[in-house]
Design a protein around this ligand. Structure first.
Ligand code: HEC
Length: 187
């Protein structure tokens, strides 16, 4: 068995939450990630169709963080997105997220379906524990407008203005674009 899974099992059995409670927390995290993704898509699609890619970039720029904050307020989980190649430097992965993103890439190479990649773990932190969950985000056709290999000149120009350190271009359909990342402190 994967040593990380053994560590996880050891952590689970030594801590107060029951296996059923852990299952519930994981299900909750999964549902919040799905709802967050759905909200982002619901905002993005009409903007792209009706106003074009440049206006949709501005929408992602201003709305992604407030939508995440609203999800967090409602659910009690901190919600965000991250990637091995970020556009917004605020989304840079921490060490734990980096390891999970690399694990997702390895599992994808080993043949797992990108859309089903997820990871849930209890992590010991100073003074307590935290539940952490990540769910992979595959690159679909619509994403290529702003994350693909060939961008329209006006799209590139707007991205250059807003994100001078943008590393989130050059993706192909089916690549892992990144992941949803959720965390909740247990007291
Ligand atoms: C209209 C342009 C546009 C389209 C289309 C688009 N994105 Fe993005 N994406 C952005 C912008 C702008 C950001 C930075 C948002 C911010 O400032 O937080 C971003 C950020 C992200 C991030 C957060 C990590 C990072 O790089 O900062 C992920 C993950 C992501 N996009 C995935 C996708 C996926 C998957 C699709 C297709 C379903 C998609 N995007 C389609 C413009 C776009």
């Amino acid at each position: 068995m994967n040593p990380r899974i053994l560590t996880l099992v050891a952590a689970l059995t030594s801590l107060p939450l029951s296996a059923a409670e852990i299952d519930q927390e994981q299900a909750a995290a999964r549902a919040i990630a799905a709802s967050f993704g759905g909200q982002l898509q619901a905002a993005l699609k009409p903007a792209l169709q009706q106003k074009g890619a440049v206006a949709a970039i501005d929408l992602c720029h201003t709305e992604a963080a407030p939508i995440a904050a609203e999800q967090a307020r409602r659910s009690g989980w901190a919600v965000g997105r991250t990637s091995l190649r970020v556009r917004n430097p605020d989304n840079q992965p921490d060490g734990w997220e980096q390891a999970v993103l690399e694990q997702f890439e390895a599992r994808k190479r080993a043949g797992e379906a990108p859309a089903s990649l997820e990871w849930f773990e209890r992590v010991a932190v100073e003074g307590g524990t935290e539940l952490r969950y990540m769910k992979a985000i595959p690159t679909g056709p619509v994403c290529l407008n702003c994350h693909g290999q060939q961008l329209a000149p006006e799209v590139s120009a707007r991205l250059d203005q807003l994100y001078p350190d943008d590393r989130a271009r050059g993706f192909a359909e089916g690549d892992l674009r990144g992941a949803f990342s959720l965390r909740k402190r247990l007291d």
